[in-house]
Design a binder for this molecule. Structure first.
Ligand SMILES: Cc1cc2nc3c(=O)[nH]c(=O)nc-3n(C[C@H](O)[C@H](O)[C@H](O)COP(=O)(O)O)c2cc1C
Length: 165
């Protein structure tokens, strides 16, 4: 059982409500993108990790319109945000791409299959969806990296703990 201190239990829902547990592990901030039927989708994502030398895994809530679009397009882009791109983490971290154009005024380049990738990111890559699994409120997406670019800039990566969420 989790405890708050000696003998004081923490219940599961309480943990989810406590900001100090929101970055229990260290996480970066990424903008995950796709393109479907001529529309661009993008969302901020921190629950992401590399699961092999050429694969990454994302955990996206079912409320995410980007996630739903990825399931259909079978391709996604990942832009690894740098410490000076906090504004983009905030912009892509709210609202739904299905209802508003989050890319308006944002400088991007187009990767494979029309996937938008954010200029100024530390790294960008394009992945082909190879697997997805339903975990109730979330869906886990695994993609194989098919294209990769690393920027020359030396800035540190943006961390989840540096963004108000
Ligand atoms: C810093 C930060 C990290 C986030 N990480 C995730 C995440 O890993 N998974 C997730 O489903 N939503 C995450 N979100 C929330 C989504 O970005 C948010 O629900 C977004 O509005 C979904 O947009 P969409 O409907 O255009 O896909 C995060 C938000 C912020 C601000």
């Amino acid at each position: 059982m989790l405890t708050r201190g000696p003998g004081v239990p923490i219940f599961r829902q309480e943990v989810a409500d406590m900001p100090e547990f929101h970055d229990a592990l260290s996480h970066g901030c990424y903008v995950v993108t796709t393109s479907l039927n001529g529309r661009l989708y993008g969302m901020t994502c921190s629950w992401a990790t590399q699961v092999d030398f050429d694969k990454v895994m994302l955990v996206l809530g079912k409320q995410s319109s980007t996630g739903r679009a990825i399931r259909k397009s079978r391709v996604f882009g990942v832009s690894v945000l740098s410490a000076d791109q906090k504004d983009l983490a905030v912009r892509f971290g709210s609202g739904h791409s299905s209802r508003k154009d989050k890319f308006d005024g944002v400088r991007t380049r187009t990767g494979t299959s029309g996937v938008p990738l954010l200029d100024g990111s530390l790294k960008t890559f394009v992945c082909r969806l190879v697997d997805d699994a339903d975990f109730g409120s979330d869906i886990c997406y695994v993609g194989r990296i098919t294209g990769f670019r690393k920027a020359r800039k030396q800035t540190s990566p943006l961390l989840l703990s540096q963004v108000d969420h």
